[in-house]
Design a protein around this ligand. Sequence first.
Ligand code: MSP
Length: 511
Amino acid sequence: MTKKYYITTPIYYVNGAPHLGHAYTSVAADVLARWHRLSGDEVFFLTGTDEHGQKVEAAARTAGLAPQAFTDRVAADFKDMTRRMNISNDDFIRTTEPRHKAAAQALWRRLAAAGMIYLGAYEGFYSVRDEAFYDEDELTTRPDGTRIATATGAPVEWVVEPSYFFKLSAFQDRLLAFYEENPGFIAPVAKRNEILSFVRGGLKDLSISRTSFTWGIEVPDDPAHVMYVWLDALVNYLTATGYPDAQAPRAAFWPASLHLVGKEIIRFHAVYWPAFLMAAGLPLPGGVFSHGWWTVEGEKMSKSTGNFIDIRPLVDEFGLDVMRFFLLREVPFGNDGDFSRKNLIARTNAELANGLGNLGQRTLSFIAKNAGGVVPARGDLHDVDRALLNMAGLLPARMTAAMDRLAFHEALEEVWKLIRAADGYIDQQAPWSLRKTDTGRMASVLHTLVSVLRVIAILLQPFMPDAMAALLDQLGVAADARFFASLGANVVEGTILPAPVGIFPRFVDAA
Ligand code: MSP
């Protein structure tokens, strides 16, 4: 039976244009979605936009637009980024859609019916930038007397208003028991520990409605309140499965396999969300993985410094797959990293142009010139050939082990070990010399190289879909033989190969 795999990105706030950080989360999720599709899983991959709340309402006001007109415009920009990054999402959800309002209200009613919601008054700190409530002990006082959230540096304001509350305090023990039984639920482990100590420290009931503004989903039966934007937003993961319709075509995708999130929003996904789901009697997701943040040329990306960088001009300059590769190769997933042009150029020149690109080009142009432009005959294999082929044979399992831990950079390092070995193999076997002395042996060496390139190209498809499609075309691999299930097959001797063309450019740093 095929396995269902449901993966999500966070839904992006539409208070500003998409930047490198958003593209990062989306590319990582896309690589996982593609990886699972090629493995034969039935995948549902969701992304979208988070369009309600005070922060978005304020951004619309600044732009001089009505909130809906403003969110329509910014959501279109996020859709454009999604398309330009070749994100293979199956759905794009916007929280202003009717299907989502219906789902959020249905979940609210279910929580209310279960006795998990009561009316009270909120008196405390709120950060519009983080759309989060903070306790006094989570704040730092600046020299000028203003207060900011210690974790994020976001300013807070004092709020007093009627509010509905969710009985989060009742879930401390159940959550701790759940984390205990599902040690992989929160990753990486440092984040898990952070959440464990937060929950062990005690949970207070959570304010889940606001009355001081109107840009949100109405609370059922009490239109003076709009839902707290995080309750609204988290429900998106259910909405897309057709919730509350248990017969909806995608209903069976719930619970999600994995929520991919940035490190600053782990608490919402690993504490509040499971508590809401437990309270509603719904199954919990398989896991939540928190990735790190990018700085740009050593600087934090921030509104105040205006150095948010859009990935699209970089894609135009360097190429889509070069950017996709770099984001996941440069920094261990889960860690913070710094984006610099110098490193982008150095790494992609070394590993793409001079590494994989050169290996493909060297092999294929040699075949075009000296072996009739067809996949050469295998002949008798030598130990060196077998050693390289064995290494290629072990690659799927090695990569899978890394991908299962979301260690993208390690999965890629496994591929590059093989590429380096194949480079050494060509130098040592020197097909250019064999051409004069032993054409049968030359054919075997080239056949071995084509076989190894085929495995590499199939396995790298999730990271660089277009570039690997081009390489697989050049290797004469049929479109229906590019799945992981096809890895055990081999290239077919005599297949006519198209004229080889380089797949990765080499960059010169003008700076
Ligand atoms: N709307 C909420 C998520 C709701 S999910 C139910 C939100 N949106 S966001 O637009 O602020 O951020 C979305 C994602 O972008 C987060 O995963 C965040 O970590 C990521 N990034 C934003 N800036 C980033 C960097 N500088 N670097 C890496 N990723 C960062 O939070």
